[in-house]
Ligand binder design. Structure first.
Ligand code: SAM
Length: 280
C-alpha cells in the first residue's frame, strides 16, 4: 500500500502516503488499518474513514473530555461509548475527581491493535484501576444500563455502519436515562460544513429529551472540511454558560497540561458559525 485515500465523501477526499502498514484486517465489525504517514505519524482508519492520527488526536480528545468535565466541575462517574483507540480514556483519566470510568467499545480488535500500534493514545490508561472496559454495542449497553453517569462521551465513528445506532433518538433517550442530575452528554457529530444534516438531525432529536442542547466545535486537521461539531446536551442550562473565570479556576486546580484546550478555548468553542446557527 503506497497511499491511503479516505472514502468518506464521494467527490472530495484526503490522501496519505503510506510509509508502513502496521496492521490491516477485516474485523467482525469493520475494516481496520493502522499505517505510518510522514506528516501525521501513525494513522488509524475504519471502513475507509480516518479515525485518528498521532499528530492531531490531542485536539479532539482534549475538547471532548475537558469541556464537559470542567463544565460539570465534580464528575465522578464517566461513560465513554466507542473510543477504542484509547485517547479519550487517557484524557478522562487525568481528572482526579473521576472515580469510575466505563468504556463500551464494540470492536475488541480496535482496542487490542491500538494498544499495540498506537500506544501513545491510551498511554497506559487501560491499566488505570478506575477503568472498566466493556466490549459491546453502546446502544445495547445503554438500553440495559441502570447506572448513572455524570458525563457520557460518545466517541463513535460516523453514522454509517456499526455507529448508526449511536445517532438515534432511542440512543439519546437512553443516554438521558443514564445521566445523573446535572449530567452532560457530548457526542462526536461530524464536520458541519460537510455533514450539516448530521448536525440538524442530532439537534432535532436531542431537543425531545434535554432542556439545553447545542454544539461546540474545534478544527481537527484530519477531520477534513472545517470545524468538527460536538453535540452538547444537559438539563442544567447553566453549565454551558459558565464564565471562563470559573472554568479557569477549575482548570488551574486540576493541574492538567493540555496542548489545545484552555479556558478561553472552552468558552469560545460554543460560538458557532452563522451557517450552522441558520441551519438550526
Ligand atoms: N475520533 C473518531 C471520529 O471522530 O470519528 C472516532 C474514533 S473511535 C476509534 C470510534 C470507535 O467507535 C471505534 O473504535 C468503533 O469500533 C466504535 N464504535 C462504532 N460503533 C459502535 C457501537 N455501536 N458501540 C460501541 N462502539 C462503537
Amino acid at each position: 500500500m503506497k497511499s491511503y485515500t479516505e472514502t468518506l465523501y464521494d467527490s472530495y477526499g484526503q490522501e496519505f502516503t503510506v510509509d508502513k502498514v502496521y496492521f490491516e484486517n477485516k474485523t467482525d465489525h469493520q475494516h481496520l488499518v493502522i499505517f505510518e504517514n510522514a506528516r501525521f505519524g501513525r494513522v488509524m482508519a475504519l471502513d475507509g474513514i480516518i479515525q485518528t492520527t498521532e499528530a492531531d488526536e490531542f485536539i479532539y480528545h482534549e475538547m471532548m473530555t475537558h469541556v464537559p468535565l470542567f463544565a460539570h466541575g465534580n464528575a465522578s462517574r464517566v461513560l465513554i461509548i466507542g473510543g477504542g483507540d484509547g485517547g479519550m480514556l487517557r484524557e478522562v483519566c487525568k481528572h482526579s475527581s473521576v472515580q469510575h470510568i466505563t468504556q463500551v467499545e464494540i470492536d475488541d480488535q480496535v482496542v487490542d491493535m491500538c494498544k499495540q500500534f498506537l500506544p501513545n493514545h491510551s498511554a497506559g490508561a487501560y491499566d488505570d484501576p478506575r477503568v472498566n472496559i466493556v466490549i459491546d454495542d453502546g446502544a445495547r449497553f445503554l438500553t440495559e444500563c441502570n447506572e448513572h453517569f455524570d458525563v457520557i462521551i460518545s466517541d463513535s465513528t460516523d453514522p454509517i455502519g456499526p455507529a448508526d445506532v449511536l445517532f438515534t433518538s432511542e440512543f439519546y433517550q437512553n443516554c438521558k436515562k443514564c445521566l445523573a442530575d446535572d449530567g452532560i452528554l457530548v457526542t462526536q457529530n461530524g464536520v458541519a460544513f460537510m455533514q450539516l444534516d448530521e448536525v440538524t438531525t442530532t439537534s432535532s432529536r436531542l431537543q425531545a429529551y434535554f432542556t439545553d442542547h447545542s454544539f461546540y466545535c474545534a478544527a481537527i486537521p484530519t477531520y477534513i472540511g472545517g470545524v468538527m461539531t460536538f453535540a452538547w446536551a444537559t438539563d442544567n442550562v447553566q453549565l454551558r454558560q459558565l464564565s471562563s473565570d470559573i472554568i479557569g479556576q477549575r482548570f488551574a486546580a486540576a493541574n492538567i497540561n493540555c496542548r489545545y484546550y484552555n479556558p478561553s478555548i472552552h468558552s469560545a468553542s460554543f460560538a458557532l458559525p452563522q451557517y450552522i446557527l441558520d441551519a438550526l
